[in-house]
Write a protein that binds this ligand. Sequence first.
Ligand code: MG
Length: 289
Amino acid sequence: MSLRTRRLSRRTTLVTAALAVTLVGGGVAYAATAQPAIKTSTPRHADQVTNIDVLRQQIRNYYGDPLGTGTFAPDGSYAKEASGVAKAGTRWLAAVQDPRGQKHGSTKGTKKTKAIVMDVDDTTLTTWNYELASNWAYNPTTNAQFVTDQRFPATPGMVEMATKAAKAGYAIVFLTGRPAAQEAATLGNLTADGVGVDAGYPAPTTLSDGEDGLFTKPAVADYPDYLKAACAEDPNGSCTTIHYKSATRAHIESLGYDIVASFGDQYSDLKGGYADRTFKLPNPNYYLP
Ligand SMILES: [Mg+2]
């Protein structure tokens, strides 16, 4: 269901009055209280919004790619802004007590391992090439091809941040709405498997209960108990992004970790607690409620 939710969410980025619908077994069922997926203002005049063609050009300029080649510039505004967020993360992690508790008496006696949690798309891997290839119209089939081919480069600054964190003893956790079927390709793109881009992130940490530290979104039928409980009230029991991600963070903390920093490009990545501090990566391309 996550893919369908994503598709719906992305489609609504360009539609102002889309109804909140849920796809059920190939059919479309309208939610009891149909409402726009994105709550925003209603302009009274057309000149209160940016013309969408002009906006697309502004976004291309922001990525340092005015001609729309699909490759963002390492010295463009996007790269600078993303790097700045990553550096703020590094400063925060360094300011927090030593994760191994070897230098600060205040952590003595605590069993919690400090951890960082990172989203994938447009937080650790940048999907600019896909936004251009799709002309900002998300399509699960064409997107899945980019995922399978592992075509996404690292988000500027984030490999350096994560590498320093891993060296300092932080557990490295990735938490993505990508479906479980994309887990192997996602791991290969993030780390190194010789296919497509190898972004060079440290390997996800194997957690205290033996789970791997790359969380993809399972099908509803495969939900672990902590998702079933957290998402029972969601449409068809399928977790919203906020519930999926916050319940997973709660699960991680229940295993004996303290999530010191959570990184995401969507506010829905970051809401719902279970992180000491959140870091928002820039993304003007789509909005996932
Ligand atoms: Mg993302």
